[in-house]
Design a protein around this ligand. Structure first.
Ligand code: HPA
Length: 274
C-alpha cells in the first residue's frame, strides 16, 4: 500500500513536465467561485480525472480542473474544485491538493469558499476575510502516522491565517472599493445545513460564518508552513430568530453574482504580492 506521500509524488511526476519548477501561489476555489482569477493567463489545464492518485470530485457545483498559469508575474496553481469530508473523503484526501502544493514548494495558499453568514451585520454577497477558524468537523488531517517530511506533530495554530496577507487584503479592499468583512469561520462536517439552534450555538462560540470546507486544507497548510489567506463569500445570512431556508441554487447564484468582487480583490492582492 502506497503512502499518501508516495501518491502525491507520483502525481507530481505526472505534472512536472508541464509546469514551472518554481510556483508562487496555490489557490483553491470555492462553490460558485471556480471562475475567479479570470485574468489568469492559462498555460495548462488538467482534468482531475487524468491526474494519477487524485481524488475525484463528486460535487456538481465544483469543476474538477487544475489550472496552471501566470498573473502579474506570479506563477499560480488553481484548483477549481475541492474535496469535502461530507463526500466521504478522508481528511488526508481532502488535503491532498495542499500536499501536492507543498511538494511543489508553494509557500502562499489562498483558500476561498462560499459560507453562510452568522454575524448579522453581514449581508449576502459580502466577502469575509477569515481571521481564524473553529474546527467543529471532529476530524483533522494530521491524525495518524507522522510524515516528518511534511511537518511537525503539534503545529501551532495561533496564526493560522497569515497577518501580512490580511494587511494586504485590507489594502486591496480599500484600493478596489470592495467592502471586506472580517471574522471567524466555523467549519462543520455537513452536508445538512444548520438548525437555528446550531446557528445560535455557532454565534455564541464566536463564529461569524459557517461552511463545510477549508478547515482540513488550512490545517494541512499550517503544517506545511504555508502563508494562508482565507476568504469566504457570504451567500446567505443565517438568523436563528428569523430562519430562512437555504438552497444550493441560491448559494450558487449569489456566489456567481459576487464572484466579480472576489476576482477583483484577489487580482489586486496578487499584483501587490512581493
Ligand atoms: N451553511 C453551510 N455552508 C454554507 C452555507 C450555510 O449556510 N452557505 C453556503 N455554504
Amino acid at each position: 500500500m502506497k503512502s499518501i506521500r508516495q501518491q502525491v509524488l507520483e502525481t507530481i511526476a505526472y505534472l512536472k513536465p508541464h509546469i514551472s519548477s518554481s510556483l508562487d501561489i496555490g489557490f483553491m476555489t470555492g462553490t460558485g467561485l471556480s471562475e475567479t482569477l479570470s485574468s489568469l493567463e492559462v498555460i495548462k489545464r488538467f482534468d482531475y480525472n487524468d491526474l494519477p492518485n487524485f481524488p475525484r470530485t463528486t460535487v456538481e457545483s465544483h469543476k474538477g480542473k487544475l489550472v496552471y498559469g501566470t498573473l502579474s508575474g506570479k506563477s499560480i496553481l488553481v484548483m477549481q474544485g475541492r474535496f469535502h469530508l461530507y463526500e466521504g473523503y478522508t481528511p488526508q484526501q481532502v488535503s491532498f491538493p495542499i500536499r501536492l502544493m507543498q511538494e511543489l514548494k508553494i509557500k502562499t495558499l489562498i483558500l476561498s469558499n462560499a459560507a453562510g453568514g452568522i454575524n448579522l451585520n453581514f449581508s449576502s454577497g459580502d466577502i469575509m476575510l477569515i481571521r481564524d477558524h473553529i474546527n467543529l468537523t471532529g476530524q483533522n488531517p494530521l491524525v495518524g502516522p507522522e510524515e516528518p517530511a511534511w511537518g511537525i506533530r503539534f503545529p501551532d495554530m495561533t496564526r493560522a491565517y497569515d497577518p501580512d496577507l490580511m494587511v494586504l487584503a485590507r489594502q486591496s479592499a480599500a484600493n478596489t472599493g470592495i467592502r471586506l468583512r472580517e471574522g471567524v469561520y466555523a467549519g462543520l462536517l455537513g452536508p445538512s445545513l444548520e438548525t437555528p439552534g446550531e446557528t445560535r450555538f455557532l454565534k455564541t462560540i464566536g463564529g461569524d460564518a459557517v461552511g463545510f470546507s477549508t478547515i482540513m486544507e488550512a490545517i494541512a497548510g499550517v503544517h506545511a508552513d504555508m502563508k494562508i489567506l482565507g476568504l469566504s463569500l457570504i451567500t446567505n445570512i443565517n438568523n436563528p430568530d428569523a430562519p430562512e431556508q437555504t438552497t444550493l441554487e441560491a448559494v450558487m447564484e449569489t456566489a456567481q453574482r459576487a464572484s466579480a468582487n472576489m476576482n477583483c480583490l484577489l487580482c489586486d492582492m496578487i499584483s501587490r504580492m512581493p
